[in-house]
Design a protein around this ligand. Structure first.
Ligand SMILES: Cc1ncc(COP(=O)(O)O)c(C=O)c1O
Length: 402
């Protein structure tokens, strides 16, 4: 019998993975090491309200359970069940943007909407304008598809509003889309209408698609922010949102996207639907909760918003008291982006890892969202109960970074 030779070399991974980073979860590996050393870690890295006692409204749970019991456990049409698409279209229409169900897709969270839109629109080597700081899935997906994220500055000395001059300067002939996250993660900023109009104006002038990330639209403390498309329904705007944040069901992976009514977007809509066919459908029973959420009782949102406002005020007040630290007050969502003055040569990552190892408090370094490592920004998720947050901020104040 002749011996069969086997290859023992390691299985190589694709280079695109080297470019793909998602700091919010990547940093958990460091937290696990700290836990292994016996220290308790307080996770302020992930924006999951369920982990902090904000619970999914019962009528949404019932809608999913009923759908399962009623046998809706098979594949659905790829763009989603008609009831859910109609509910999304009616919701947009009620908010002032006439939307046809045919231009709506039900997705596995906003995340899948982001991935579908970027994959459908942007070719390898092309550019997409992404705010700095940004929610990092945009840069991660662009890395995966071989396109280039180009940061436009948002300015912490001006309530984290976009720096329009900088934005105009970084547009090139390769630019295809402009990402607008409003209300913003990680900064908590909300853009006034004149800023939103200016962003639409710049995009229209350069033939760019706006990807309007509106996942926190109902979590502005002073009441819902209307969809960006309301300001110019003919502009090339693709909006998306989900049940994850304002409906407290992030694990369900239930979201939607609405492609603006301009016929200039028809090829993009067709391309998105073509790609969506390949992934069959988003989770079926959860699509029934989309209908229940958008047509049913939303009274949980008032209490949630109030809880967030209280935590935002506590966070801003307490962090601004720490010597060397400054924090712009968030106006929506559950994130703040404070800045710590760093000694020369040190980075935001050094600060965050030092804080984690010394105190067990896990936040995410700003450079994971696109800010300069030397600038000392980091992101705090302030969903924990106020008492707990108070203790955490005491410990942050006592921590000495050297
Ligand atoms: C700005 C932004 N967009 C999209 C997402 C992804 O949300 P989803 O759970 O709907 O995929 C998040 C999640 O934190 C986010 O903050």
């Amino acid at each position: 019998m002749s011996a069969v030779s086997t290859v023992t070399s390691i299985i190589r991974t694709a280079q695109r993975v080297d470019r793909f980073t998602y700091a919010i979860r990547n940093i958990v590996a460091e937290a696990r090491k700290v836990e292994a050393s016996g220290r308790r870690v307080r996770y302020l890295n992930i924006g999951d309200p369920n982990q902090f006692g904000f619970l999914t409204p019962p009528h949404l749970i019932e809608a999913v359970a009923r759908a399962m019991r009623d046998g809706h456990n098979g594949y659905t049409p790829s763009p989603g069940i008609p009831e859910a698409r109609e509910a999304v279209a009616a919701d947009f229409t009620a908010r002032g943007v006439d939307t046809s169900p045919d231009r709506v897709l039900i997705t596995s969270g906003t995340s899948e909407g982001i991935e579908l839109a970027l994959t459908a629109i942007v070719d390898e080597g092309e550019e997409v304008l992404v705010p700095s700081p940004t929610y990092p899935l945009y840069t991660a997906v662009l890395a995966k598809i071989g396109a280039t994220p180009v940061y436009y500055r948002t300015d912490h000395t001006n309530y984290w509003l976009p720096d329009l001059d900088h934005l105009r300067r970084v547009i090139t002939t390769r630019t295809r889309a402009l990402v607008v996250i409003d209300p913003n993660n990680p900064t908590g900023a909300i853009y006034p209408d004149d800023m939103r109009r200016a962003l639409i104006g710049i995009a229209e002038q350069h033939g760019l698609v706006i990807l309007a990330d509106e996942v926190y639209g109902d979590l502005a403390y002073d009441g819902s922010v209307p969809p960006m498309a309301i300001l110019n329904p003919e502009a090339a705007i693709i909006s998306y949102s989900s049940l994850s944040k304002a409906y407290l069901a992030p694990g369900w992976r239930a979201g939607w996207m609405a492609v603006g009514r301009s016929s200039r977007l028809d090829p993009a809509l067709a391309a998105i639907k073509k790609l969506a066919d390949g992934r069959l459908c988003s989770p079926g029973p959860m699509q029934y909760a989309v209908t229940a959420a958008l047509t049913g009782d939303r009274s949980h949102q008032a209490g949630f918003r109030q809880g967030l406002r209280e935590r935002a005020e506590l966070t801003t007040e307490r962090l601004n008291r720490i010597p060397g630290m400054s924090c712009i007050a968030p106006k929506g969502a559950f994130y703040a982006m404070p800045k710590m003055t760093l000694p020369p040569g040190r980075t935001d990552r050094d600060y965050v890892l030092g804080l984690l190892r010394d105190t067990g408090i896990l936040v995410v370094y700003g450079s994971g969202f696109g800010t300069d490592p030397a600038d000392g920004f980091f992101r705090v998720v302030f969903l924990a109960p106020p008492g707990e947050l108070g203790t955490i901020y005491d410990e942050m104040a006592a921590y000495r970074f050297a």
